[in-house]
Design a protein around this ligand. Structure first.
Ligand SMILES: C[C@@H](C(=O)O)C(=O)SCCNC(=O)CCNC(=O)[C@H](O)C(C)(C)COP(=O)(O)OP(=O)(O)OC[C@H]1O[C@@H](n2cnc3c(N)ncnc32)[C@H](O)[C@@H]1OP(=O)(O)O
Length: 254
């Protein structure tokens, strides 16, 4: 079964769905690979106006890296080998030539927030919550999402969120500008969410995105994302990280 779904919509946009709801869409190796392939397919299509990224199920957009695979007992170089492919996926997502919108149907934690941050815009369902909680696990974001956060919100707000590693409500996330819109259950239909984008032509959308990408220094961005992955790999070996992951794994067995 595919853990990442790619759908082409008649209205001219594509949808990537993280499809592992029973594990709150936690990202494993297979999903990294499938996300990479899906993004390559979207990039090749020249009639698609924009991409949305969402999660299957009603609990989570994504609970981060799968802690069974992204586990605590990895050496620094093993951690790097595991983190780097997803960092490359996030760079691809962040630099896709068409706009991208994360539709946050449920909570996002850790790497889940990184995926959302790699998108250009974030719309959320009311009542959901979000956290770059990596700091509480003895690490820091490792997929480049911390670097991307500095590009998406005020720098102090980014540093504060990363360092405090707390969960934010939709109101808090709106206040710092990470979320762009919040919708009630009733309003959560593709017609309502995506209407403002649909009237644009594909040519307009690619130009808008090009202009936005021109405002980012992409070479520098890629170097900073790589630096993030290297730093996270180093932190991976810390006792605090081992203990935090073990605590989660033990809590699952009871
Ligand atoms: C890689 C790194 C990075 O940023 O670079 C990261 O992402 S660090 C961030 C990694 N993510 C996290 O630390 C979040 C870990 N998850 C949680 O703390 C919790 O699951 C919550 C998200 C608070 C949800 O709790 P709640 O009690 O509602 O549900 P639950 O814990 O029973 O989760 C439902 C099922 O999803 C699984 N599940 C949830 N999150 C998972 C994860 N990250 N890795 C592997 N499995 C996970 C649970 O084991 C369980 O499966 P079973 O019923 O089969 O046991």
């Amino acid at each position: 079964m595919s853990l990442v779904l790619l759908d082409w919509m008649e209205d001219g946009y594509a949808v990537i769905t993280l499809n592992r709801p029973e594990k709150l869409n936690a990202i494993n190796h297979q999903m990294v690979q499938e996300l990479d392939e899906a993004l390559d397919l979207v990039r090749k299509e020249d009639h698609v106006k924009f991409l949305t990224v969402t999660g299957n199920g009603d609990k989570a957009f994504c609970a981060g890296g799968d802690l069974n695979e992204f586990h605590g007992n990895l050496e620094e170089d093993e951690a790097y080998d595991l983190l780097a492919p997803m960092k490359n996926v996030l760079y691809k997502l962040a630099t896709l030539p068409i706009p991208t919108i994360a539709l946050l149907n449920g909570q996002a934690r850790g790497g889940g927030c990184e995926i959302a941050t790699a998108c250009d815009f974030r719309y959320a369902l009311k009542g959901t919550s979000f956290g770059f909680i990596q700091g509480k696990l003895g690490i820091a974001p490792g997929w480049g999402g911390g670097t991307l956060l500095y590009e998406k919100v005020d720098k102090q707000a980014a540093a504060h969120w990363l360092m405090t590693a707390t969960m934010y409500s939709t109101d808090q996330a709106l206040r710092i500008g990470w979320l762009h819109k919040v919708y009630s259950d009733k309003e959560w239909t593709m017609e309502t969410l995506l209407q403002p984008f649909l009237h644009n032509s594909q040519e307009q959308m690619t130009w808008f995105k090009k202009q936005y990408l021109n405002s980012l220094k992409l070479d520098e961005l890629s170097v900073r994302m790589e630096e993030e992955t290297i730093s996270c790999s180093k932190l991976w070996e810390s006792e605090a990280h081992k203990e935090a992951v073990q605590k989660f794994m033990l809590s699952r067995k009871n």
